[in-house]
Design a binder for this molecule. Structure first.
Ligand SMILES: C[S@@+](CC[C@H](N)C(=O)[O-])C[C@H]1O[C@@H](n2cnc3c(N)ncnc32)[C@H](O)[C@@H]1O
Length: 205
């Protein structure tokens, strides 16, 4: 059972999630130069908001998530919109390597700070990419812990230069990063705070 199962049905009720994804989709499209012949995989796709926004830019998008309930929501959306080139997939990349068809682009939004085995997942990303494949990571800049609150066991955002070093060690090249969006979120103290996000892009070979 995933901690995200219980929030899957209400995930899309917060309009800021769509707003954020729209801004991020534009930044990703500027950074990776997609082509309709390319295939993609979204890691930690949640309810598929970002993949749905990018659906016309790829021949196929695998929407991987380790929450069964998130995957069910994606399956319903795909069936309702008859968008069968979008492929929801229940899969935990920390538990096993993904050995099906390689893809040209991997993108991921607000997931890496939840990943405990960071190097393992980065090395798996590299194995999943075709030659010249591209990776796009959007996540929080290093923060003081107020984004999730005290009980959170993941990463308190990242310094992109540190993440970049890890990517280099895992064989990635041409790494570039910069700010891409500023989220606002209410903290446990009831303050609405700005949380800047970065977009990092890298080539797998
Ligand atoms: C904060 S949510 C973000 C969802 C979506 N990317 C968005 O921005 O709306 C993180 C998602 O990553 C998924 N996730 C976390 N670890 C994962 C893993 N190891 N393999 C696959 N999915 C994972 C969770 O199930 C969850 O749906």
């Amino acid at each position: 059972m995933s901690e995200f199962d219980s929030v899957a049905r209400e995930w899309d009720n917060k309009p800021d999630r769509l707003e954020r994804s729209m801004a991020i989709a534009e930044k990703i499209l500027e950074a990776i130069v997609p082509a309709p012949s390319l295939t993609a995989l979204e890691f930690g796709a949640g309810t598929g908001i970002l993949s749905l926004l990018l659906k016309d830019y790829f021949s196929e998008i695998t929407m991987m998530d380790s929450s069964q309930e998130m995957v069910k929501v994606m399956e319903e959306k795909v069936a309702n919109g008859q968008q069968y080139h979008l492929k929801p997939l229940f899969f935990d990349l920390e538990k096993a390597p993904y050995t099906r068809q390689k893809v040209d682009v991997i993108f991921t939004q607000m997931v890496m700070h939840h990943v405990h085995e960071l190097d393992l997942v980065l090395s798996r990303f590299r194995e999943m990419l075709n030659p010249d494949g591209q990776l796009a990571i959007v996540d929080l800049y290093a923060e003081d812990g107020s984004f999730h609150g005290e009980s959170f066991k993941g990463h308190l955002g990242f310094k992109p230069e540190d993440l970049s070093g890890r990517l280099k060690s895992n064989g990635f090249k041409a790494i570039q990063y910069g700010p891409c969006y500023v989220m606002q979120k209410e903290t446990a103290e009831g303050l609405v705070k700005d949380f800047p996000l970065f977009l990092l892009v890298a080539k797998g070979s």
